[in-house]
Design a protein around this ligand. Structure first.
Ligand SMILES: [Cu+2]
Length: 69
């Protein structure tokens, strides 16, 4: 199990949280996604450590920007 917290920019409401959660949740090996809207912190739990670029692509797909990992 691997857990890592990322910083995502641009989320403003529950809809944004759902978009990020579902895109990240669809990444292979991801078992849990926790989003803190106020801080923009997204904590991802996965079977194995994820490539930052994989996470970046999923966040981008959701319409937001990964600004820190
Ligand atoms: Cu929103």
């Amino acid at each position: 199990m691997a857990t890592k917290t990322y910083q995502v920019q641009g989320m403003t409401c529950g809809h944004c949280v759902s978009a990020v959660s579902s895109e990240l949740g669809a990444v292979a090996g991801v078992t849990d996604v926790q989003v803190d809207l106020a801080s923009g912190q997204v904590t991802v739990t996965s079977d194995a450590p994820l490539e930052t670029e994989t996470v970046r692509a999923a966040v981008d797909e959701a319409g937001f920007e990964l600004v820190g990992a």
